[in-house]
Design a protein around this ligand. Structure first.
Ligand SMILES: Cc1cc2nc3c(=O)[nH]c(=O)nc-3n(C[C@H](O)[C@H](O)[C@H](O)COP(=O)(O)OP(=O)(O)OC[C@H]3O[C@@H](n4cnc5c(N)ncnc54)[C@H](O)[C@@H]3O)c2cc1C
Length: 429
């Protein structure tokens, strides 16, 4: 495994840049022996480490993070979360599965919010509702079926027309939308930093410590630039970067997506962003996410790239276009921060999760909703390891990521599908 085999971003995460500087924990040095080694300090790895300590309080636990906390994908996201599974368009004959997915999501959500409360983590958490909106007729069809789904699930919700949306977000760009009451917005870098900084003392976090090599055995050996760690049990909570250890290459695709946050706006401009906190998800999966940040900034997330990032200028032009199309009166306001982040995509939306080999476990493939799902999967992985419960129900409900065609068909297929979907998404982008 080479040093470039984990996500090493060139751009700083805007959410992290807006926070006061944080002192990273020291990197690992020398020879270290632990019971559990968790690779990756995102939502999945941090939840796994926390739960391992709850279940096995005397065990030594190490978390190894290639970058610094606040610069990984767990900080680079848009900060939307919900205690319900997002598949609310599921058809009536899938209702039983949807209920079970909702129960798992609720568990991940509670585990996370309990950790926030216990640790006093301040991350601008707002119960803003979860709005999905459509700018095209095709998108509007999707919204109508989501409204039906919300009714079937008994979710408190509101169908929105153009005027409602304009009143909420200050833009007349969207035709219609759906607002689910149970939706939250947060500052993702503040959250993941808070989770890392409130880990129990028995959990040792090493930052700027990429695991370059993993050697099979009892115990497992993890080599980093300046340390050799031996561990009885290893969890790979590296999301798509797990492929670089040689695992699950047939089921995961690394997707880059990009985000920007505007400069803080003058009062008169900020008044165009509505009066309450809001976040808006697109009706089409290749569409653009937008949210208000504080009272005077706007975040926009859009664009996808396969396995490697796009050129910075291309990203800047595209994201600025997404922002100004929605807010032509704010076309004098530039984006202050622009960044990219990776996420692991699976073809059928199911994660890859569980035991890989004796005493080696992994979790990947949250498909763009990892704040809650990553937390749940990390927590349940720890439970599987310590209690021996095979977690059959979880595996049955989430299903298993199916195989993706090998290269070169995978790359060709990705580009063909995304070109088709981009055309379909149209103004949702
Ligand atoms: C722009 C963007 C917007 C998104 N919006 C949302 C959203 O609004 N809501 C939501 O729920 N999800 C969102 N997501 C998805 C979410 O960020 C991910 O699902 C989540 O980060 C997954 O958490 P994780 O802990 O599994 O993986 P990650 O957050 O990717 O964490 C894995 C960690 O492992 C580390 N690592 C990798 N390789 C190594 C190695 N060899 N040695 C040591 N460490 C290593 C990485 O540095 C990384 O910090 C978004 C993602 C992006 C990129």
């Amino acid at each position: 495994m080479s040093q470039s085999a984990f996500p090493a971003y060139r751009d700083q995460c805007g959410w992290n840049a807006m926070l006061p500087p944080r002192q990273a924990r020291p990197h690992a040095v020398g020879s270290i022996r632990v019971r559990y080694a968790v690779v990756g300090a995102g939502y999945t790895g941090l939840a796994a480490a926390r739960r391992l300590h709850e279940l096995d309080p005397d065990a030594s636990i190490a978390v190894l993070e290639a970058s610094s906390v606040g610069e990984g994908a767990s900080a680079r996201n848009s900060g939307f979360m919900t205690p319900n599974d997002s598949k609310i368009g599921l058809s009536t004959n899938e209702m039983a599965r949807a209920e079970q997915l909702n129960a798992f999501s609720a568990e991940g959500f509670s585990y996370l919010t309990d950790a926030m409360k216990a640790g006093g983590i301040v991350c601008d958490l707002e119960r803003s509702g979860r709005v999905t909106a459509a700018a095209t007729d095709l998108g509007a069809d999707k919204i109508h079926s989501m409204v039906e789904g919300a009714k079937r699930h008994g979710f408190a919700h509101q169908a929105l027309d153009r005027e409602d949306l304009a009143g909420l977000i200050g833009s007349r760009y969207y035709q219609c939308g759906l607002r689910i009451e149970e939706g939250y917005l947060l500052q993702p870098a503040a959250l993941v930093r808070g989770l890392a900084d409130t880990l129990p003392d028995a959990v040792r976090l090493y930052e700027n410590t990429p695991v370059l090599e993993l050697q099979d055995g009892a115990p497992w050996v993890l080599r980093t630039p300046e340390a050799v760690m031996t561990a009885d049990v290893v969890i790979l909570a590296t999301n798509a970067a797990i492929k670089h250890f040689g695992f699950w290459r047939d089921g995961l695709v690394t997707i880059y997506t990009f985000a920007g946050i505007s400069h803080a706006m003058a009062e008169r401009d900020a008044a165009r962003l509505g009066t309450k906190p809001w976040g808006l998800l697109p009706a089409h999966r290749l569409g653009t996410t937008v949210r208000r940040v504080g009272a005077d900034r706007l975040m926009v997330r859009s664009l996808y790239a396969y396995e490697k990032p796009l050129a910075p200028l291309q990203v800047q032009e595209a994201l600025t276009g997404c922002f100004h199309r929605r807010y032509p009166d704010l076309s004098h306001v530039p984006l202050q921060y622009i960044w990219g982040g990776t996420t692991a995509l699976t073809m059928n939306g199911s994660p890859r999760w569980g035991r890989i080999k004796p005493h080696l476990y992994g979790s990947a493939g949250c498909n763009g909703s990892g704040i809650v799902k990553g937390t749940l999967l990390g927590k349940r992985l720890a439970e599987m390891i310590v209690t021996g419960d095979p977690q059959d129900r979880l595996q049955a409900v989430y299903g298993r990521a199916n195989r993706i065609a090998p290269e070169p068909f995978r790359t060709i297929g990705f580009h063909a599908i995304s070109a088709y979907q981009r055309r379909k998404a149209g103004l949702e982008m």
